[in-house]
Design a protein around this ligand. Structure first.
Ligand code: GDP
Ligand code: IMO
Ligand code: MG
Length: 424
């Protein structure tokens, strides 16, 4: 059986949830390997909408197993809230269908506060984070002072002691800017009570995944965020704090690279971004149009997404660094009404032609996107089921993307529902 990774080729929200949901049918186990509840993955099936944050989208398929790997940062309280929210919609999450790595780092309440504190301290230079405490949690991980799941469930006394120390270190900082100090006692109680519900989910997920591979089961890695939010390859510092690119699936799960058979890149037929940072093809008229239609609002924070034309410099480099075998192009239907569609093929910077992104965010802000204008198709694609039935100009648009990125288009989204995806 084959193992696949699904990765966003832009700044997140490419429609990974929908593509993962579709591919789950032919998969045994769906794995999250990085990020945390900063993610918001929308899946629409049989008219019901689900937004998954920390829990893999595979949970919507009753007979499938889900894994939260060691590379994920998990907020225990928000995890339990997410489970309860799904239960209200009839989706039962239990240790029978989900396990969590004991090596996963915990997002603690002081990490959330620290996220808010750091954003406020940056002023105009803020990142525009989701304020879920993701950056400070990964920061502590790398600083080797983090809290892992095994700490919480394995040694509550030592956990409480370390918690008290960290909270008393953080409080003066919070108070210095008028934020409320945290109550270590109350936090400890809340987390230790959460630990009772969490313990049955905790497992050695590396052992589990390797045994599954030996038994011939297939794995699907659900990427969160996107290539340009990657801590190394993204528009640093306007990024998240994990490796969102395909290699992160391996380090974040303990499954080695030679077990991976396919990497699927997901890109919208245009581009969006939430939060601050460079966005060369941003176009406010397009954004207004989408927002008036009720589209392109963040699935996690509800913020308006910035919108712009398709940027092939981004997708080209994403295909290189992730090793995309094929591309899923989502929301092609979003361009159904366009007379003409500008597509950015390269940038110009100080008189030079750039076919790949610059390293520095400052240079990224200065580039001039150079567009090729392709004719639109001006017709409704939302009911089309076969690739060959797409309007000629839509097929030409997709062929243009394939040529410019040297990557084959294997799937095309023409609407938000599970069944509105053309498999080529
Ligand atoms: P993710 O974070 O990559 O999973 O993406 P999000 O769920 O945050 O955002 C993608 C949005 O696009 C969601 O509202 C999806 O329901 C929607 N969507 C996904 N694919 C399509 C598509 O092909 N057409 C349309 N119209 N909407 C889509
Ligand atoms: P999915 O998985 C879009 C953005 C935030 C901010 C930056 C850093 O749904 O595609 P963080 O809270 O991670 O420290 O914020 O990253 N961001 C996302 N943008 N989709 C996401 O996830 C995102 N997760 C984080 O808006 O700009
Ligand atoms: Mg999203």
């Amino acid at each position: 059986m084959s193992n696949s990774i699904v990765i966003g080729a832009q700044w997140g929200d490419e429609g990974k949830g929908k593509i993962v949901d579709l591919l789950t049918e032919k998969t045994d186990i769906v794995v999250r390997a990085q990020g945390g509840n900063n993610a918001g993955h929308t899946v629409i099936t049989d008219g019901n909408e689900y937004i998954l944050h920390l829990i893999p989208s595979g949970i919507l398929w009753p007979e499938k197993k889900c894994v939260i790997g060691n590379g994920v940062v998990m907020d225990p309280i928000s995890f339990l809230e997410e489970i309860d929210g799904l239960a209200e919609k009839g989706i039962i999450v239990s240790p029978d269908n989900l396990i969590i790595s004991t090596r996963a780092h915990l997002v603690m309440p002081f990490h959330r506060e620290m996220d808010a504190y750091k954003e406020a301290a940056k002023g105009d230079g803020k990142i525009g984070t989701t304020k879920r405490g993701i950056g400070p949690t990964y920061g502590d991980k790398v600083d080797r002072i983090g809290f892992r799941l095994h700490d919480l469930i394995g040694d509550p006394v030592a956990f409480a002691e370390r918690l008290h120390k960290r909270v008393s270190d953080c409080n003066p900082l919070f108070e210095s800017v008028g934020m409320e100090p945290l109550d270590a006692e109350a936090i400890g109680k809340e987390l230790l009570s959460a630990a009772e519900r969490l313990t049955p989910f905790a497992a050695d997920t590396v052992d589990y995944l390797h045994s599954a591979i030996k038994e011939g089961k297939s794995l699907l890695f659900e990427g969160a965020q996107g290539t340009y939010l990657d801590i190394d390859q993204g528009t640093y510092p306007y990024v998240t704090s994990s490796n969102t690119t395909s290699a992160g699936a391996c380090t974040g799960s303990g499954v080695p690279p030679q077990k991976i058979d396919r990497v699927v890149g997901v890109t919208k037929a245009y581009t969006t971004r939430v939060g601050e940072g460079p966005f060369p093809t941003q176009n406010d008229t397009l954004a207004d149009q989408f927002h008036k239609m009720g589209r392109e609002f963040g699935a996690t924070t509800g913020r308006k997404r910035r919108c712009g034309w398709l940027d092939l410099v981004l997708v080209r480099y994403a295909s290189m660094v992730n090793g995309f075998d094929d591309l899923a192009i989502t929301i092609l239907d979003g361009l159904d009404d366009c007379e003409e569609i500008p597509v950015c093929t390269h940038y110009e910077l100080d008189g030079e032609k750039l076919r790949l992104p610059p390293a520095s965010a400052k240079d990224f802000e200065r580039v001039t996107p150079v567009y090729e204008k392709l004719p639109g198709w001006n017709s409704d694609t939302t009911k089309i089921e076969n690739y060959d039935d797409l309007p000629e100009n839509a097929r030409n648009y997709l062929t243009f993307i394939e040529k410019e990125t040297d990557t084959r288009v294997s799937m095309v989204g023409v609407g938000p529902s599970r069944d509105q995806t053309i498999i080529r």
